[in-house]
Design a protein around this ligand. Structure first.
Ligand code: NAD
Ligand code: UFG
Length: 338
């Protein structure tokens, strides 16, 4: 299939491009580079062994810009990663988040429809479950109350896309709810490249390990978990990338709407991650216990059985590979792509 990949220069998009090509698909990337560096695409092309990945620096809110991309290419499907994702920033800048993520997706879907491309895979998040009613979380667990505008953009966009499919059943909409993506490509050439102070646990750990930051703050050790620190379902980004390739098979089967959790089904605490990182990589990660972070929940991990049953997909990498590959990327690229 020929796939439009929005946000393809970013962390998950760049890894997905590699797995798409490995499975025999081709891709065109649209990205405004607001949170990425085009060097990622050069390295992806190098790993795949092609001259270049076709790339348009276009904002998905720019209808004319998107129209011109569709005028040059006929797409079988779109994998839609483009979006802003910093939880704290979304609280400070709700309008910017609703505009970028929601208005951008509305423009994208309209242009897709104009060109008869009615297949989309959407990057959603476990955040739509809010404080989940059941653990492990299945897709039947009701959506919850989000604690920030970023989460609401995901929750609302799921509804928008399902309504679009309901009105016109030529559409296939696959919603992938990611748990906590970590790790990097095994080559060490591409990985997560956060701007400024990382919000997420793994890039913070790797920046402490490489000496860029003095110590990790562990946000709370009084949660009702096995060691008191927050528990999450970390998933290797290469496994997640392959989840998108598997989701294309659902589109080929005309699935209508499909909603899938993308996680491993295992919950690890903050200290489990720190200890695994130290043990596997042989580096120190000093840490200090800090107060809880507002909006955090104690435990979040999924039951990934539906994706296995219906997509034939399951995560293959474990915690050792996650911490090993995160560290390889950071160690070999201390300044990211700069
Ligand atoms: P990322 O920031 O690395 O990638 C997103 C890409 O989208 C960036 O390259 C950015 O420049 C681009 N972009 C943003 N707004 C755009 C716009 N208006 N027009 C064109 N391009 C635009 O983030 P990521 O971690 O790769 O996440 C990809 C998707 O997965 C996002 O939608 C994110 O919300 C979602 N997601 C991520 C996580 C996570 O923890 N990384 C968890 C759940 C869901
Ligand atoms: N944590 C720390 N110190 C840090 C960063 C995080 O102790 O410096 C802890 C958090 O308190 C939490 C765990 O590490 O217990 C994971 O935190 P992350 O920020 O890495 O991830 P979250 O689970 O909070 O959120 C992530 C994404 C969201 C997404 C959500 C569910 O950032 O965008 O997963 O998919 F919505």
């Amino acid at each position: 299939m020929k796939i439009l990949v929005t946000g393809g220069a970013g962390y998950i998009g760049s890894h997905t491009l590699i797995e798409l090509y490995a499975a025999g698909h081709t891709a065109v990337v649209v990205d405004n580079l607001s949170n990425s560096n085009p060097e990622s695409l050069r390295r992806v092309a190098e790993i795949i062994g092609v001259d270049e990945i076709p790339f348009y620096q276009v904002d998905i809110r720019d209808k004319a810009g998107l129209e011109s991309v569709f005028a040059e290419h006929t797409f079988d499907a779109c994998i839609h990663f483009a979006g802003l994702k910093a939880v704290g920033e979304s609280v400070e800048k709700p309008l910017e988040y609703y505009d970028n993520n929601i208005a951008g997706t509305l423009v994208l879907v309209e242009v897709m429809r104009n060109h008869g491309c009615k297949n989309i895979i959407f990057s959603s998040s476990a955040t739509v479950y809010g404080d989940p009613e059941e653990i492990p979380i299945t897709e039947n667990c009701p959506k919850g109350v989000c604690t920030n505008p970023y989460g609401w953009t995901k929750s609302m966009l799921e509804q928008v896309l399902m309504d679009v499919q309901k009105a016109d059943n030529e559409w296939n909409v696959v919603i992938l709810r990611y748990f906590n993506p970590v790790g990097a490509h095994l080559s060490g050439r591409i990985g997560e490249n956060p701007n400024g102070v990382p919000n997420n646990l793994m890039p913070y750990i790797t920046q402490v390990a490489v000496g860029k930051r003095a110590e990790l703050g562990v946000f709370g050790n009084d949660y009702p978990t096995h060691d008191g620190t927050g528990v999450r379902d970390y998933i290797h980004v290469v496994d997640l990338a392959n989840g998108h390739v598997a989701a294309l098979k659902a589109i080929e089967r005309n699935c209508g709407v499909g909603i899938y959790n993308m996680g491993t089904g295992h919950g690890y605490s903050v200290l489990d991650m720190v200890n695994a990182f130290v043990k596997v990589n042989g580096v120190e990660v000093p840490y200090n216990i800090k107060p809880r972070r507002t909006g955090d929940i104690a435990t979040c991990y999924c039951n990934p059985a539906k994706a296995k049953d219906e997509l034939g997909w399951e995560a293959k990498f474990g915690i050792e590979e996650m911490v090993r590959d995160s560290w390889r990327w950071q160690r070999e690229n201390p300044e990211g792509y700069d």
